[in-house]
Design a binder for this molecule. Structure first.
Ligand SMILES: NC(=O)c1ccc[n+]([C@@H]2O[C@H](COP(=O)([O-])OP(=O)(O)OC[C@H]3O[C@@H](n4cnc5c(N)ncnc54)[C@H](OP(=O)(O)O)[C@@H]3O)[C@@H](O)[C@H]2O)c1
Length: 261
């Protein structure tokens, strides 16, 4: 029988996070699901427990709050759980451009997608290193390869996630821990509703979209086969390849055009 593990999934109340929960549950792993919308997490657990008997826990946590990850890890320890699989997935992008964001909005993005992600990687490593086994997926984006977007922190943050994940993989693969930067392209989730651009997103040709089950399957396969970077979908790989090779002037000019504005 396969040895089962415990997975911590952030942003599990919708989209890719919820799909990670479904796929990891189907492999028999225990789940710790985290987001702000506790009701959504509890509904998902109720759905999954009809099919799978293993332990599943929901923890409400606002990762934008300073100190949230320490409290989260204390809560997990108090439930006598240790994390073998970390899916750092929670993320979003605010509606306004950087120059019009409040300092609170700026801080929150950095807290959720940079600080919390980094702190959680650090917090789970002692247990993974001791067990000589661990899997970490940090959800970046195809925008890590694309031209920087106008007035957004999002591209820079996802480049951070992309680079940090590879550095961490180089550090810890010798002790049996694998880290993958998962870089999806446009994916059908609630992401664009949260940005309030759902109508504009619907006008983008379907060929450019992937679905969450495919992205999650590819990401999970990649981390288990030791691939430090995973860009799901042939077209996304082509876009990433071309984008990285464009002259900076062209990348800058393209960056000023955003189909979602
Ligand atoms: N969809 C795409 O086209 C796409 C493409 C590339 C990369 N991505 C990345 O994929 C990841 C997942 O996004 P998604 O597409 O699945 O979008 P989604 O359906 O909107 O899910 C985002 C998740 O993040 C959680 N979250 C947001 N702020 C949080 C906070 N302060 N504390 C805790 N959790 C928080 C949300 O939960 P609560 O609101 O309940 O807290 C939700 O579960 C993100 O990192 C995103 O950048 C998405």
């Amino acid at each position: 029988m396969t040895i089962q593990h415990t997975a911590l999934i952030t942003g599990a109340s919708s989209g890719l996070g919820a799909e990670f929960a479904r796929q990891l549950a189907s492999e028999g792993h225990q789940l710790v699901l985290v987001a702000r919308r506790l009701d959504r997490l509890e509904d998902l657990i109720a759905e999954l427990q009809q099919k799978y008997p293993q332990r599943m826990e929901a923890i409400r946590c606002d990762l934008a709050e300073v100190g949230a990850t320490a409290e989260l890890m204390d809560e997990i320890a108090s439930r006598e759980l240790s994390i073998d699989i970390l899916i750092n997935n929670a993320g979003y992008t605010p509606r306004d451009v950087f120059s019009q964001q409040t300092s609170h909005v700026v801080q929150a993005q950095l807290q959720v997608m940079v600080n919390a992600l980094t702190e959680l990687c650090h917090a789970v490593l002692p247990h993974m290193t001791e067990k000589q086994w661990g899997r970490i997926i940090n959800v970046s984006s195809i925008v890590a390869f694309a031209p920087p977007g106008r007035g957004t922190l999002y591209s820079a943050i996802k480049q951070y996630v992309f680079t940090f994940s590879q550095s961490l993989d180089m550090d810890v693969r010798r002790v049996g821990v694998r880290v993958t930067a998962l870089c999806p392209g446009l994916t059908h989730t609630e992401f664009h509703d949260a940005m309030d651009v759902a109508d504009k997103a619907k006008k983008i040709p379907e060929i450019l979209w992937t679905d969450a089950p495919f992205v999650v399957r590819e990401g999970w396969k990649a981390v288990n086969s030791g691939q430090p970077v995973c860009t799901p979908g042939i077209l996304n790989n082509v876009l990433a390849f071309v984008s990285k090779r464009l002259p900076e002037r062209v990348r800058y000019a393209l960056g000023t055009q955003n189909p979602l504005e």
